[in-house]
Design a protein around this ligand. Structure first.
Ligand code: TUI
Length: 350
């Protein structure tokens, strides 16, 4: 239960007036030791040491993707981030990965500052991570799992709405964020559909104290993906993403292309899991590394429509928070607009 809104309007106004926006009173920024309460999604095959370090150096929390790595490869990436930044960073462990247990052990051995988890229940790893002093932030798709991980000792949760890219849950960010904020005491970080300052402002109004952003960072200069992938994100339309894999119980959102059409055709025909698996195997790597427009899986969130250009991570973060702070600072006027009247208002004032 978070009785007090995390953003103090007075501090915010001052920050905006001074042209800086320092979230010193924000629980997520304080917990993580970062300037802006923004985490970069740990996107499998995408989020390497260069991207993570760029985000951390710009004042957010860069996160390495463990989803596509063996523990040895991830250990090497952890070392590389440490070479590139003195700032805090995280490691994402995709719990469906065959390497999840090894990655969990490596994270504790290396005392990675922050671990985020996805696609499963991380409870059994908590004792080792907490003993190593790691800040643990699971992605949760429901209030029930959010409550459970809070009891198990999570430091915060990321609620990821179905607008997100990659492996997704059912609920929207608009519903999940306030529902989980009502149920928990630890900070809630919103993800899914957030790609600009309006999304950040909306997330905070819903009770989040931080945001996690993936798709916008796909279109960052420091993101190591193929140029074709960045181009597809920037030119994506509102209807440009689709969810495949619902029939398998592992729904994944990506940009529409020949692969997603074939996948959906096969699902409609009712072919078995193995035929679908054959189509999917290696497809994310083909998108990220080869830029294979026909056979690659270009995972991205619905927010791709909001991404207009490839920009440095620092520009992305600073513009998002500058815009969010302005919107929140004026949110009364912004939300009601000039002509809006409630029936019981006198002279337009409540
Ligand atoms: O993990 C993600 N997104 C991902 S992982 C990924 S790698 C991949 N590659 C190929 C095929 C499929 C995936 C791509 N995108 N997001 C975090 C997330 N976690 N979203 C939803 C969840 C989640 C779902 C169920 C977390 C916990 C959960 O628990 C279910 C249970 O066991 O109760």
């Amino acid at each position: 239960m978070n009785p007090v809104h995390p953003l103090r309007p007075d501090a915010l106004s001052q920050g905006v007036r001074q042209g800086v926006c320092d979230f010193a009173d924000n629980r997520v920024a304080r917990l993580l030791g970062i300037r802006y309460p923004i985490l970069q999604g740990g996107m499998a095959w995408v989020a390497d040491a260069r991207l993570a370090a760029a985000v951390s150096n710009a004042g957010g929390l860069g996160i390495l993707a463990g989803g596509s790595m063996t523990a040895d490869l991830a250990r090497d990436q952890v070392q590389r981030v440490r070479d590139l930044t003195d700032r805090p960073f995280g490691l994402n462990i995709m719990l469906m990965s065959p390497h999840a247990a090894d990655l969990a052990r490596m994270a504790a051995e290396e005392r990675v500052p922050v671990v985020t988890t996805g696609a499963g229940q991380p409870g059994k790893y908590f004792p080792a991570w907490k003993a190593a002093g790691i800040i643990v932030i699971p992605v949760v798709p429901s209030v029930a799992l959010a409550r459970r991980v809070e009891q198990q000792g999570a430091d915060a949760v990321i609620v990821e709405g179905t607008e997100a890219g990659g492996h997704i849950g059912d609920l929207t960010t608009l519903v999940l964020t306030p529902a989980v904020s009502d149920a928990l005491s630890i900070p809630v970080i919103a993800a899914g559909g957030i790609a600009d300052g309006r999304g950040v402002a909306a997330a905070f109004l819903l009770g989040a104290e931080g945001v996690q952003v993936g798709t916008r960072f796909l279109a960052s200069e420091e993101c190591p993906i193929h140029e074709n992938y960045k181009r597809l994100v920037v030119k994506a339309r509102d209807t440009g993403t689709v969810v495949t894999g619902r029939s398998t119980g592992h729904p994944v959102r990506s940009l529409k292309n020949r692969l997603t059409r074939r996948f959906l055709d096969l699902e409609r025909e009712g072919v078995g899991f193995e035929a679908l698996e054959t189509l999917a195997v290696g497809s994310l790597r083909r998108a990220v590394q080869d830029g294979d427009l026909e056979n690659g899986s270009f995972m991205a969130g619905q927010s791709a429509v909001l991404v207009k250009a490839v920009e440095p991570c620092r520009t992305i973060i600073e513009s998002m928070f500058r815009d969010a702070a302005r919107i929140l600072d004026r949110s009364g006027a912004y939300l009601l607009g000039g002509g809006c009247r409630f029936p019981d208002m006198e002279g337009g004032r409540p």
